[in-house]
Write a protein that binds this ligand. Structure first.
Ligand code: PNW
Length: 444
């Protein structure tokens, strides 16, 4: 297929929003500047657990280069930009007195976006918990509900005159399933997992209330990573493990938040942490469902591990991205349909993207036809979902820039823009030009 070919977008709404997403720890750098406090990720990066020994100290240096990055978005033509606020940058200890210098960075970024005609979509939590709060138990302490609500209220009061789109959490199921604060990921940490799930759900509900109280015209959601969990073999044990993981990965947060109930199979384990009125505190009215989707997950049974699962082999017939993630656009279509059926909210796809190791060629160009083919196929699948009645209103590519890819450090690249981590120079990839062409073609 010629790399210039665009997907079918004929069934998308005329006011459909095209965007790009990033997160604070993955791009900002400047971790010790202007009074920012340490986050749990600064500490993890020094624990030796990140395979490449990378840190977020410099990352993409977005803290100093945000003007250039907003310029890239303007060239791309996106209507919206999803970013996150680093909680320890604005509240170095997680609570108590605010750090004016940190807040003013987000002032400058937001003003720059608005001047460029790009709508800011602000996510309160993309995994960089203030280390000071972790030392008080982090999400395992029920006080985290108040810490988070107070932080949400500060952001709403300070930035809510210009920001109207707010997400409480990014992928709560991911950071709880993979949280180091649970300890060794065996059966012994399951009780802590249930406590964390419940506290984070309560923190979501409390933050929604704090945002509504301070921003009259706020449009609020939570961002969920939904990926079908499939057994990696025909055995009944693997099928059972996949069903169990599916509940935790895909339903543990959206069910109580959007429907006011925990999935049946979890209720007994949540019960010891439940106080009267909790479900009503969690289930606050929302304006939309934020969906992050990449691929299905293949699961095998492993009885001694947390929830009794492990990641299994992918079926040999399934094509993979260079970093080994399955390419299955039809699973995206089905996921959109499920979210629509289960929760009935307007959907914004706030992450979808392709990870590779792409480097510049001899001419300095970064040519990434695999990413273009991936995005085209996934956008076609989204259009199919829309044609069958799914209320999908926006699509944001992960990510504007190559960035700090958590446990994989800087090796895995998801950007439409290549970042040379030595010079910090940005080079738009061919997918950048392709996405710009798509946005241009769909706008009157
Ligand atoms: C998301 N999985 O995480 C995050 O929101 C981003 O910060 C991250 O950079 C991006 O996806 C790419 O990884 C995920 O195992 C983590 O399927 C794990 C999975 C999916 C998404």
């Amino acid at each position: 297929m010629p790399t210039t070919q665009l997907p079918n977008t004929s069934c998308l709404r005329p006011d459909f929003i095209w965007g790009v997403s990033t997160s604070s720890f993955q791009i900002e750098g400047a971790t010790q500047e202007d009074g920012r406090g340490p986050s749990i990720w600064d500490v993890y990066c020094r624990s030796g657990e990140i395979r490449t020994h990378d840190t977020g100290d410099v990352a993409c240096d977005h803290y100093h280069r945000y003007r250039e990055d907003v310029g890239l978005m303007k060239t791309l033509g996106v209507q919206a930009y999803r970013f996150s606020v680093a909680w320890p940058r604005v509240l170095p200890l997680g609570r108590g007195s605010a750090n004016e210098a940190g807040l003013s960075f987000y002032d400058r970024l937001i003003d720059k976006l608005l001047t460029a005609g790009i709508e800011p979509w602000l996510c309160l939590y993309h995994w960089d918990l203030p280390q000071a709060l972790e030392e008080h138990g982090g999400w395992l302490n029920r006080d985290s509900v108040f810490w988070f609500a107070n932080y949400a209220s500060l952001i709403a009061r300070r930035l809510g005159d210009r920001v109207k789109r707010f997400a409480t959490f990014n992928e709560p199921s991911m950071f709880s399933l993979f949280s180091r604060s649970l300890g060794k990921p065996d059966r012994g940490c399951e009780d802590k997992l249930h406590l964390m799930i419940h506290n984070v759900n309560l923190a979501h509900g409390a933050a929604v209330d704090a945002l509504r109280a301070n921003v009259i015209d706020a449009s609020i959601g939570c961002i969920h990573n939904r990926q079908p969990c499939r057994p990696s073999s025909a055995s009944e044990a693997d099928a059972a493990a996949a069903r169990r993981l599916d509940v935790y990965w895909n339903a543990a947060y959206p069910d109580p938040q959007c429907r006011g109930t925990y999935p049946i199979s979890m209720r007994g384990a949540i019960e010891p942490h439940m106080q009267p009125g909790d479900l009503a505190r969690i289930c606050r009215p929302l304006d939309w469902f934020g969906l992050n989707h990449y691929s299905p997950v293949y699961v095998k049974a492993r009885p001694d591990s947390m929830l009794g699962y492990d990641f299994g082999d992918k079926p040999p017939a399934v094509p993979l991205t260079p970093i080994g993630w399955p390419i299955e656009p039809d699973a995206f279509r089905k996921t959109l349909q499920e979210v629509h059926t289960n929760y009935g909210l307007p959907i914004y796809v706030l992450e979808n993207g392709y990870g590779d190791f792409g480097q510049p060629d001899q001419t300095g160009a970064v040519v990434d036809p695999g990413r273009i083919d991936f995005l085209r196929a996934y956008i076609d699948a989204m259009n199919d979902a829309a044609s069958s009645g799914v209320d999908v209103r926006g699509y944001f590519v992960w990510s504007l820039l190559d960035n700090f890819e958590w446990d994989f450090g800087y090796s895995n690249r998801f950007g439409l823009t290549y970042v040379d981590y030595a010079s910090l120079r940005r080079t738009p990839k061919s997918s950048f030009g392709w996405y710009a062409g798509l946005i241009k073609a769909t706008r009157p």
